[in-house]
Design a protein around this ligand. Structure first.
Ligand code: ACO
Length: 335
């Protein structure tokens, strides 16, 4: 058995900054409401034709591979987490294999929304642990902007999300006291419809009928979120799954050097910080700049924290996420 370690990290966000004031020009919202409820000041949106979920993932991956000093021919497997794939099928994993010129290695797509990167890391970790693969590229990337309801009808959801990508190279670690110590995954599908994008799902609908109806008011093409219900579940599940990971490794809350929560809402992160009595420099937040980038939020935040020197060798780093499904999970890392 081996452990896996994060050998390289990278992220990419589009240049186009969209402020809360910009949103208030197209829908009935305002900077004060958005900042007070979510902490978000601005987010990045792709410009039409300039980027896609795959292209951003590829850019983030190249940075991560450079930093890990891993060449394309040394990547053994790809795991790509997204809720906003370029195509309905095939998923973006194979597009990364193509665009990075990887060998004909396996490419797996993960569909776990805000928890996607945690699930993706967990899958990659198992392959490395067993010795099957040595270097795995793990990507989280999202284009939300093209799928949001940018009218006042969608304001409760649309002000939260942003576009971006993050990537990590996971590599074999022979020292079993280092690297990824454990991963913890959960789901509760009874709440699937509380945070959902129903279309273009095939559940009970025929594409021929959708095309025939061609209804511009069909809201199933926009994400739906029961915000307060999601919030209440998120704070409980975040806490539970962080504690589960710590207990598994005989660690205490006081052992956490850096908590990287999925950047869902600043108020959720602050709630966890207060509950666990963590200091400001123990919890990383960048939702102010990027909004909620779903599967990309943890790798972007992890990369920024690492780039800023806020994660050092020997640190205990905790990743945790909660989101649509519901799904949630955590990763405990000895850096
Ligand atoms: N601008 C101005 N007013 C708004 C906006 C907006 N963008 N959106 C909603 N409102 C109004 C509502 O219409 C409502 O008005 P009313 O009182 O006249 O009816 C009022 O603001 C309060 O609306 P709520 O939905 O009750 O607002 P709430 O305080 O719950 O905040 C929010 C909404 C931010 C979505 C919150 O519920 C939340 O953070 N939920 C957690 C979910 C989350 O973080 N999701 C992130 C994505 S999913 C994930 O990553 C887990």
């Amino acid at each position: 058995m081996y452990n896996s370690k994060i050998a390289g990290l990278g992220f990419y966000v589009p240049d186009n900054i969209v402020t809360n004031d910009d949103l208030s020009k197209v829908m009935d919202t305002n900077d004060a409401w958005i900042q007070e409820r979510t902490g978000i000041k601005e987010r990045r949106f792709i410009k039409k034709g300039e980027d896609t979920t795959t292209s951003m993932g590829v850019k983030a991956a190249k940075i991560a591979m450079d930093r890990a000093k891993i060449a394309a021919e040394d990547i053994d497997f790809v795991v790509f987490a997204t809720l906003s794939p370029d195509y309905y099928f095939p998923g973006p994993g194979v597009l990364v294999q193509r665009d990075l010129g990887l060998r004909t290695v396996g490419a797996l797509d993960v569909r776990n929304q805000c928890s996607g990167f945690i699930y993706a890391i967990s899958v990659a970790d198992q392959y490395i642990k067993t010795g099957m693969y040595k270097n795995i590229l793990v990507i989280g990337s999202e284009v939300h902007s093209s799928g949001l309801d940018m009218t006042s009808r969608g304001r409760g959801v649309s002000v939260i999300f942003g576009d971006g990508a993050g990537a990590a190279v996971l590599s074999r670690e022979e020292d079993l006291t280092k690297g990824i110590l454990s991963t913890h995954l959960h789901s509760e599908g009874v709440h699937a419809e509380e945070l959902v994008l129903k279309a273009p799902g095939m559940g009970g609908r025929w594409v021929s009928d959708i095309l025939k109806d061609n209804d511009p008011n069909d809201e199933s093409y926009f994400p739906y979120m029961n915000g307060q219900f999601v919030f209440k579940n998120a704070v409980v599940r975040f806490s539970e799954v962080i504690m589960e990971g710590l207990h598994k490794n005989n660690l205490e809350i006081s052992d956490i050097d850096m908590l990287i929560p999925h950047q869902a809402n600043l108020r959720i992160s602050q709630f966890i910080q207060q509950k666990f009595k963590l200091k400001d420099d123990q919890v990383f937040s960048n939702i102010q700049k990027y909004g909620n980038t779903t599967a990309a939020s943890i790798p972007i935040a992890l990369t920024e924290a690492w780039q800023a020197g806020q994660i050092k060798s020997g640190d205990t780093v905790v990743l945790a996420a909660f989101g649509s499904g519901f799904t949630w999970g955590s990763v405990i890392i000895k850096w």
